[in-house]
Write a protein that binds this ligand. Structure first.
Ligand code: 0GY
Length: 292
């Protein structure tokens, strides 16, 4: 399988200047493969996207910190993610993917390595199976560590997943808003169902990321902005944002990270909303000890 490259090396410099201490709360590292081979079950085979490349992007975009989310191509071996966190000198934390039979000692090692959450992935094109009962076992094990759960699913699964989401004893962060159909508009069925979920479950948060994946129109993502701005205003204390660099599986629509950053002030339209989205909220989940 040839290796895919899904990012541009020198994205445009954004016009928007993120507030001091801004966290890009959804990024990945790939490899380097020679050191950290991909999982035999990986559904894509990317070029190396190294921590050094990530930190250069972070600085170019004006961010201070990253949350590195274990990518499906590395399976449940979190070594590449941990190496990225270790190289960041305190400026990165992470979300792991773990097996249900993980021992307490390994969880404690992951915690020492900067992991603060686990991810449950329901996308059939990324993982072979998503066993809810096993995921709940994991959720119970990680809850005492003060971690949270990140869940990635598509809108057509939302209704079926509600009892599962309700059984998770920690904060739940839904990736990319549960992938609503943005073409339905701000009052569409998908985003309405998702808002009802957030209305009735105060411990469910969301990443208001994924403009490049969800917008049929593409840059400058006017359709995404019109649907997502009300979400940021309404749930302003439980939203996170990330570039999603290096944009797995986006080889046919590689985004410009600078353009993505310029979506932020259009969905979070005041300095206060921007600070909550990029600083206060991610700090509560990933660096709570710094909040005093
Ligand atoms: C994302 C989205 C995707 C991939 C992964 O772990 C992954 O491989 O999350 C995707 O293909 O939609 O958030 O990175």
């Amino acid at each position: 399988m040839s290796r895919t490259k899904t990012w541009i090396d020198t994205p445009s410099a954004p016009a928007f200047v993120p507030p001091p201490g801004a966290v890009d709360a959804h990024v990945h590292v790939f490899g380097p493969e020679a050191e950290f081979p991909f999982s035999p079950k990986a559904k894509y085979h990317p070029e190396d996207a190294t921590p050094e490349m990530l930190f250069a992007l972070r600085d170019r975009l004006g961010f201070s910190r990253n949350v590195i989310v274990q990518a499906s191509c590395h399976g449940t071996d979190n070594a590449a993610t941990l190496a990225g966190i270790a190289k960041a000198g305190g400026r990165a934390r992470g979300v792991a993917v773990v097996d249900p039979d993980i021992e307490q000692e390994e969880l404690e090692q992951l915690h020492a390595g900067g992991i603060r959450g686990v991810r449950f992935n329901f996308l059939k094109r990324l993982v072979d199976n998503a066993p809810k009962d096993k995921f709940l076992e994991i959720a119970k094990k990680i809850a005492p560590l003060g971690w949270h759960v990140v869940v990635y699913f598509e809108a057509d699964l939302l209704e079926e997943l509600v009892p599962f989401l309700e059984a998770i004893p920690t904060i739940v962060v839904v990736d990319h808003l549960g992938r609503p159909d943005i073409a339905q508009g701000p009052d569409g069925a998908d985003i309405t169902a998702f808002k009802q979920l957030l209305d009735s479950h105060p411990t469910i948060w969301t990443k208001v990321s994924g403009a490049e994946r969800l917008s049929p129109q593409g840059p400058p993502f006017d359709d995404f902005v019109s649907v997502i701005r009300p979400v940021v205003e309404r749930y302003q204390d439980r939203v996170l944002w990330g570039t999603d660099w290096p944009h797995p599986n986006m080889e046919h629509r590689i985004p410009d990270d600078g353009t993505l950053v310029d979506v932020v002030p259009r969905i979070a339209v005041t300095p206060l909303l921007q600070r909550k989205l990029l600083v206060d909220n991610p700090m509560r989940l990933y660096w709570p000890e710094e909040l005093g």
